[in-house]
Design a protein around this ligand. Structure first.
Ligand SMILES: Nc1ncnc2c1ncn2[C@@H]1O[C@H](COP(=O)(O)OP(=O)(O)OP(=O)(O)O)[C@@H](O)[C@H]1O
Ligand SMILES: [Mg+2]
Length: 644
């Protein structure tokens, strides 16, 4: 290449460089002579520093420094370093023409002639004010964020490295999990899991899922440092760098044990309410049906008894009638249990001594069990009497013991126990605060699964197959205890036996009727012929009562309503006794009795009721006859009013 061309090329190169430097507005690029006097100036320099080229070329570059730095000799030092080390680089405050400061990044390179002599310096300055401000802001916000995360105490917020080791820890984590940061950082997070979950590989699985799906939300048991457990709500998010690689996990854990407990209590309360409403509804239905059947059975039974007596002895007929009577009696027993469930039984509540009552029926119990199932009793030396109906309580115990027997086909043991307990308010659903006796029957039988246990007290619920169980045993026990002001509680687990608990209120009165007295109540003696007024709105029942009374040698006047009864009484002053139904339209038996009392205070009245239909508060002292009654019951009731 010829020299002229080379010169042209190099000129063109110089021109290109100048154009390039003039085009740069983001960097101040200018030259200093060896003493630091400005010898060139580009638009970038003009933009940052505010001076136009003519204003500044020829002046010393130290004018761009702030006063302190100038006084400290920084400009000269920068040039010295650049010259001796080949480069100076630094950051610092610089001043614009208008006096405002900016944060500058500065590089100063020495420019040397081919012989090595210093010609001057190239200076490149960048305005980093914005970046500096952004950095400060970032640092500030990072610090604030750290303080924020640190200060949160309701959530454990911490980070895991990709392998699951803890690498940060906040005060919430310390509060919930009980480890201090220095105890736990570096440890694997699987130590917060229960042994079982660890064995299942749950911690590993959770991170895998977070890796794959981006986020995991779970609830489960976690373990604190002291080994106690809490129910945790956990969220895990993977943290990725700019390239998408996972650099760790963010983990937020909340202790929601309390909330969970509350939710469970609420569910439980709802379930209890639902159960009790269901039982009430079934009770209404059962009670209604049983009431009507009771009257029908009474008519059937009464008529059959009379037919049996009036027909001439005939071996072809007598067994049939006996059969019919037995069937009707079984029907009566069923309706009695249904009424008991519906809490519509006529309970004869009195103080009952439980150990005495149980001892009195040991023979009966042991006989119904057979020798392969021994009964053990456990009573404390001192046990107050309960407020209950002794006969019904015996029935209940018998039902429970028979259930226990059925649950132990291969033998086992039954324990009947009792203990006195004080029950403060709220200790058992629906139980008034006070002192109770808990009478329990436990067996070592097959127990019940949850579904069976939940329905066991429902009337007609049985697992014993058609013809073997009526499903009314526990219903009866349930209704009877509730009606006595107590509670019936069943506890059972599959293959772990069953415990049935009767919670009965402690009797206030101290006097307990003796067995002998109870027996004497039931003793019957024939009565002299009487003139009896029988009152019932049910024609069938009325006819039945009349026939029975006539059989017993009495004379009967019939009334289909209370009003009719009053009319007859006013006409017939010689009536000896009134036997009246209670539930009648217009005027009830109790109201009728009150009216009669006003006119004839001495006239005995017997109230025949199918169930505890007397509204609370209207308890009467009238002698009662439970429907359906048989001739013998009627005879006893009359005998009680007219002894001997
Ligand atoms: N001790 C017990 N162990 C295991 N299951 C029981 C026990 N007691 C009751 N059950 C279950 O509860 C159901 C209902 O009992 P319940 O006494 O009301 O009726 P039942 O015994 O089936 O019939 P019934 O009492 O008329 O003979 C039973 O069929 C049985 O499944
Ligand atoms: Mg039973």
């Amino acid at each position: 290449m010829r020299s002229a061309e080379r010169l042209k090329t190099s000129l063109a190169d110089d021109e290109r460089y100048r154009l390039l430097i003039d085009a740069i507005t983001d960097y101040a690029i200018y030259m200093l002579d060896p003493d630091g006097v400005v010898t060139s100036w580009n638009p970038g320099a003009q933009r940052f520093k505010g001076y136009a080229a003519p204003e500044v070329i020829g002046s010393h570059f130290s004018r761009f420094y702030i006063d302190e730095d100038r006084k400290a000799g920084l400009p000269a030092r920068a040039l010295r370093i650049s010259a001796s080390e080949g480069k100076f680089e630094g950051e610092g405050w610089r001043v614009r023409k208008d006096g405002r400061r900016f944060w500058a990044h500065v590089v100063i390179d020495p420019i040397r002639a081919p012989d090595g002599g210093l010609i001057g310096f190239a200076k490149i300055t960048r305005d980093l004010s914005e970046r500096k401000a952004a950095e400060m802001l970032l640092r500030q916000s990072e610090q604030q964020f750290r303080l924020l995360v640190q200060g949160v105490t309701d959530y454990a917020i911490y980070m895991l490295d990709p392998e699951g080791r803890v690498n940060s820890w906040n005060s919430g984590a310390e509060r919930i999990k009980q480890y201090r940061a220095d105890e736990i950082i570096g440890a694997h997070f699987s130590q917060f899991y229960t042994e079982k979950e660890r064995q299942k590989g749950e911690p590993h699985l959770v991170l895998e899922t977070a890796r794959r799906e981006g986020r995991v939300e779970k609830e489960g048991w976690r373990v604190r440092k002291d080994g106690t457990r809490f129910w945790a709500h956990v969220v895990i998010d993977p943290i990725r760098d700019d390239t998408g690689a996972i650099i760790g996990f963010a983990k937020i854990t909340r202790d929601i044990t309390e909330r969970r407990d509350m939710q469970r209590a609420l569910d439980q309360a709802r379930e209890t309410l639902f159960q009790s409403q269901k039982m009430d509804a079934i009770g209404q239905l059962t009670g209604g049906i049983a009431h009507d059947f009771n009257n029908l059975l009474m008519a059937i039974l009464g008529s059959l008894e009379l037919v049996g007596k009036r027909l001439p002895e005939d071996p072809r007929i007598a067994p049939l009638i006996d059969n019919a009577i037995q069937a009707a009696q079984r029907g009566t027993a069923l309706t009695q249990r249904m009424l008991a469930f519906a809490r519509r039984q006529d309970l004869d509540l009195e103080p009952v001594d439980v150990p005495t009552l149980v001892r009195g029926m040991t023979d009966l119990l042991q006989r119904s069990l057979g020798p392969s199932i021994p009964i053990e009793t456990r009573f404390p030396l001192l046990l107050g009497p309960v407020h209950a109906d002794a006969n019904q309580l015996e029935m209940a115990l018998l039902n429970l013991v028979l259930n226990a027997r059925d649950a132990m086909p291969d033998g086992g043991a039954i324990v009947i126990a009792a203990r006195e307990e004080n029950m403060p308010a709220g200790s058992m659903d629906g139980l008034k605060p006070g002192r109770y006796v808990c009478l329990s029957v436990s067996d070592t039988g097959e127990g019940m699964d949850k579904a069976t246990l939940a329905r066991a007290m429902e009337p007609f619920f049985t697992t014993k197959g058609v013809g073997r169980g009526t499903g009314l045993g526990l219903s009866m026990v349930h209704g009877m205890t509730e009606q006595s002001g107590g509670r019936f509680v069943l506890k059972s687990r599959m293959n772990e036996g069953t415990t049935a608990e009767l919670w009965l209120p402690l009797a206030k009165a101290a006097k307990v009727p003796r067995e002998a007295e109870r027996a004497s109540k039931e003793a019957a003696a024939p009565t002299r012929p009487l003139l009896v007024l029988a009152v019932d709105d049910d024609g069938l029942v009325l006819m039945n009562t009349t026939l029975m009374l006539e059989e017993l040698g009495h004379t009967v006047l019939e009334a289909g309503s209370a009003k009719q009864a009053l009319d007859i009484l006013r006409r017939e002053p010689t009536v000896d006794l009134v036997i009246t139904d209670h539930a009648m339209p217009h005027m009830t038996g109790v109201q009728l009795a009150a009216t009669i009392r006003e006119e004839r205070p001495d006239l005995p009245i017997i109230l025949a009721t199918g169930y505890a239909e007397l509204p609370p508060g209207s308890e009467t002292d009238l002698p009662k006859l439970a429907k359906p009654f048989r001739q013998r019951d009627l005879m006893q009731a009359v005998a009680a009013v007219f002894p001997g």
